[in-house]
Ligand binder design. Structure first.
Ligand SMILES: Cc1cc2nc3c(=O)[nH]c(=O)nc-3n(C[C@H](O)[C@H](O)[C@H](O)COP(=O)(O)OP(=O)(O)OC[C@H]3O[C@@H](n4cnc5c(N)ncnc54)[C@H](O)[C@@H]3O)c2cc1C
Length: 401
């Protein structure tokens, strides 16, 4: 049932095509492919399908542009995926970049362990509100049909049901609806839902003179504020992105809040800055890429680094791979994927950095040599594998070339 409204909304990003038909009845769409969630995982998947000529509806409960709490550090690997696949041009990515950092400073609590100034490749920060909107726009330009303001509730007689009563009848779908994925819970049940951790963050607008105080340190990573996680201070063009999160352990929300307050106090910033919270998959959340008719991608699949919390490039990779699998009729997308293996490894290697017995040694290494800064950077930039931590000198040489 491909209606006139369907065609007309191909260029519209903001609103769903329609809510009700002329009789006031909920609308039913038919599509080959349905993507639920229009973050990086969903948008890359919808783009991948639409640009190969597949008929795809991409649904999101938010209307875009929508706010998204995130550090916005986009790894070199993520950049390579976006430009390599042709979803974005380098020039467009440059326009979406709000800061480029070639320095990394690691702290243990409030003690500076060291600043590594030649961090290469420079780390790119994007603003997620505009970045995500742009990715969705690209998917829509390629032919994906946006259904925004549409909250997915579950599956009923083979169709996806949305909060406003709309139904989408589909052949295959991708659940890319983030850490607290409803698709994952409804289709794969509670064990798939997993445990979620809380991150807190804020964006503090600063006058250029004040911001200059922070820029020489580049990206600040502050270990020791809370177990199995860190605080970050990322200077952007006219504000600081600050936050705390524990990616490797479930920390009570009250402790996350205390860590955030301690960080703001250490930075001598207004402790009453409005804070926002966001959930993140924890190691107990099994990596679950789905199988058959309903696949999962991005954080819905549990893809989030257990050391750094990084997830944008994993979301993109899973989205592109899922698009290929859905269109090829393959049962799964994740065989040989880098993101799944990297996330699984991070679950093990997190102990080297955060375990109470090993942590002092890790801090000592970061204090005494820039070798570990270089390796840490190489991993976060997506150039090195976690195994590089076992042979840092060799890995640092490889990543420099
Ligand atoms: C505080 C914080 C800082 C972070 N910093 C970084 C960083 O610097 N670098 C990095 O790489 N990663 C970072 N991450 C992780 C990164 O934000 C995520 O891994 C990434 O956004 C995952 O993309 P996604 O597409 O899977 O999900 P999301 O980006 O979360 O998108 C999911 C979409 O699904 C929609 N949705 C949810 N439920 C429904 C529903 N029922 N029906 C319809 N739509 C629904 C949402 O509105 C949303 O648009 C950070 C995370 C947090 C919490």
């Amino acid at each position: 049932m491909w209606s006139r409204e369907y065609r007309e909304t191909r260029q519209v990003l903001h609103s769903p095509p329609y809510r009700k038909n002329i009789f006031g009845m909920p609308v039913e769409f038919k599509t080959e492919f349905l993507v639920v969630g229009a973050g990086p995982a969903g948008a890359s998947c919808a783009w991948g399908i639409a640009s190969r000529g597949g008929r795809v509806v991409i649904a999101d409960r938010s209307r875009f542009p929508r706010p998204k709490l995130c550090g916005g550090a986009l790894s070199d690997y993520g950049v390579g995926l976006l430009t390599g696949k042709g979803m974005l041009l380098s020039r467009e990515l440059d326009d979406l970049t709000v800061a480029l950092h070639g320095s990394l400073s690691c702290f243990d609590g409030s003690t500076l362990l060291g600043t590594w100034n030649d961090a290469r490749p420079a780390m790119r920060l994007v603003d997620r509100t505009s970045f995500d909107s742009f990715l969705l726009r690209r998917a829509v330009e390629a032919g994906a049909v946006p259904l925004t303001g549409a909250e997915f509730l579950g599956l009923e007689r083979g169709a996806a049901v949305f909060a406003d009563g709309a139904r989408v009848v589909f052949d295959r779908m991708l659940g890319a609806d983030g850490a607290a994925s409803t698709v994952r819970r409804r289709v794969y049940g509670r064990p798939g839902g997993g445990r979620l951790g809380l991150c807190l963050g804020t964006f503090v607008p600063l006058a250029p003179a004040v911001l200059e105080r922070f820029t020489p340190l580049g990206l600040q990573v502050r270990f020791g504020l809370l177990p199995y996680g860190y605080g970050w201070v990322f200077p952007r063009s006219d504000d600081l992105c600050i936050g705390v999160g524990s990616f490797g352990k479930n920390v009570p929300p009250v402790d996350v809040r205390k860590a955030m307050e301690a960080l703001l106090a250490a930075l001598e910033l207004n402790p009453r800055s409005p804070l926002r919270g966001a959930l993140i998959p924890l190691p107990e959340t099994r990596v679950l890429p789905g199988r058959g008719r309903v696949l999962l991608g991005g954080e819905a699949a549990g893809l989030c680094d257990r050391v750094s919390g990084e997830g944008i490039s994993h979301a993109l990779e899973s989205g592109f791979l899922a698009a290929e699998a859905l269109m090829a009729g393959n049962d799964a997308w994740h065989a040989d994927s880098r993101c799944v293996s990297q996330v699984k490894k991070s679950g093990f290697f997190r102990h080297l950095l955060y375990h109470p017995v090993l942590r002092p040694l890790a801090m000592k290494k970061l204090r005494e040599s820039d070798l570990y800064h270089r390796v840490y950077w190489g991993i976060v930039a997506g150039r090195l594998d976690y195994r590089a931590l076992l042979q840092p000198s060799r890995a640092a040489r490889t990543s420099a070339t």
